[in-house]
Design a protein around this ligand. Structure first.
Ligand code: FAD
Length: 286
C-alpha cells in the first residue's frame, strides 16, 4: 500500500492551505474531506477580514475553487473515522478502507456546542461517531442518531438497515427521512446516560431508552478521531510548530483553539505543512 509523506484531514480553509503548501513543498500528500472549503466558509454572509476578499462566503469559495483547479489540487472525498499511530507511520481508516502516511495534519474544525455530558464517557460503549463503521453492531437494537445537518441522513438510512428502531434527533427543521423503523424528533438532546454501556438519551423533556447513540456531526472530538492526541479544553494541544504530543501528527485551524478566523486557520495550515517537511527531513532523512 502506498505510504504518503502526509495525510491532510479536513476540507476547510486550514486543510486547503495545508494541501496547497504541501504541493508547493513537493510533499507526496493526500487530502481528505467531504467537500472542499465546507459549510463554514460557504455560508458566511460577508467576509471582510481575509486579505483580498470582499464578498460573501460563497464568492470566497468560488475564488478558492478557481485556484484549486489552476493548481491541480485534488481532494479525496472521504470522511476519515480513525487515525492510529502504527510504528513509524499513521493508518487512517474510512469505512474500513485504509490509507498510510508518515505524518498527518489534522484540520477537522470544531463543532458548535461541544460534547454532551456522557458522550465521551460512553465512547466505544454505545457512543459512536460513524454509522458505517459501527451500524452492524446494532442489529435488532434501538439506537438514536443525533444529526447536525441533513447531509448525514444517508447514514441514518444505513443504520435503519440493521437496527430495530432508529430515533433520529435533528438540530434542524424539516427532516425528510422516512422509514418504518425511523422516528424523527426535533428536540434538544441533553445527556447520554447508562451504567456499563449506554442506556438512555436524555432530551429536553423526557428520555429515550436506547442501546446506542450515534453522533453524526461535522467535526467529531479530535481525541475520538486521532487516538492518543492530547487536548486542552476540547482543542488539540499544539506548540508553535503546530506539533501535537504524537510525533508526526500536526494540527491546524479551529481545532487548535480560538480565534476562529479564516486567516488564522489558513496560516496554521501553511505552518503545519512546513513543519511536516522539517519533520520528514529530520526523521526520515528525505
Ligand atoms: C456562519 C459563519 C460565518 C463565519 N464568518 C467568518 C468571517 O467572516 N471571517 C472569519 O475569519 N471567520 C468566519 N467564520 C469562522 C470560520 O468559518 C472558521 O474559523 C474556519 O472555517 C475554520 O477553518 P478550518 O479549516 O479550521 O475548519 P472548518 O471550516 O470547520 O473545516 C473543517 C472541515 O473538515 C471536515 N471534517 C471534519 N471531520 C472530518 C473527518 N473526520 N474526515 C474528513 N473531513 C472532516 C468538515 O466537514 C469541514 O468541512 C465563520 C463561521 C461561521 C459558522
Amino acid at each position: 500500500m502506498k505510504l504518503y509523506d502526509t495525510a491532510i484531514v479536513g476540507g476547510g480553509i486550514a486543510g486547503y492551505t495545508a494541501a496547497l503548501t504541501s504541493k508547493n513543498l513537493l510533499l507526496d500528500y493526500i487530502w481528505f474531506g467531504e467537500d472542499a472549503f465546507g459549510e463554514k466558509l460557504r455560508l458566511a454572509e460577508k467576509v471582510t477580514n481575509f486579505p483580498s476578499v470582499q464578498g460573501s462566503g460563497a464568492q470566497f469559495a468560488a475564488r478558492l475553487e478557481e485556484q484549486m483547479r489552476a493548481e491541480n489540487l485534488t481532494l479525496t472525498p472521504k470522511r476519515i473515522d480513525g487515525i492510529y499511530r502504527t510504528g513509524d507511520y499513521f493508518t487512517l481508516s474510512s469505512g474500513g478502507e485504509l490509507s498510510l502516511a508518515r505524518t498527518v495534519i489534522l484540520a477537522t474544525g470544531v463543532e458548535a456546542g461541544g460534547c454532551l455530558p456522557g458522550e465521551k464517557q460512553f465512547l466505544g460503549k454505545g457512543v459512536s461517531y460513524c454509522a458505517v463503521c459501527d451500524g452492524a453492531l446494532y442489529r435488532g437494537k434501538t439506537v438514536a442518531a443525533l444529526l447536525s445537518s441533513p447531509k448525514f441522513e444517508d447514514e441514518v438510512l444505513y443504520l435503519a438497515k440493521f437496527a430495530k428502531t432508529v430515533f433520529c434527533v435533528t438540530r434542524y427543521h424539516g427532516s425528510r427521512l422516512a422509514g418504518e423503523n425511523i422516528t424523527c424528533i426535533e428536540k434538544r438532546p441533553v445527556a447520554v446516560e447508562g451504567e456499563e454501556r449506554v442506556r438512555r438519551l436524555v432530551l429536553e423533556d423526557g428520555s429515550l431508552q436506547v442501546d446506542g447513540v450515534f453522533f453524526l456531526k461535522n467535526s467529531p472530538p479530535p481525541d475520538a478521531l486521532a487516538f492518543g492526541v492530547e487536548t486542552e479544553g476540547g482543542y488539540v494541544k499544539v506548540d508553535r510548530t503546530l506539533a501535537t504530543n504524537l510525533a508526526g501528527l500536526f494540527a491546524a485551524g479551529d481545532i487548535t483553539g480560538r480565534p476562529f478566523q479564516y486567516a488564522k486557520a489558513a496560516g496554521e495550515g501553511c505552518v503545519a505543512a512546513h513543519s511536516v517537511r522539517l519533520f520528514l527531513r529530520e526523521n526520515i532523512k528525505k
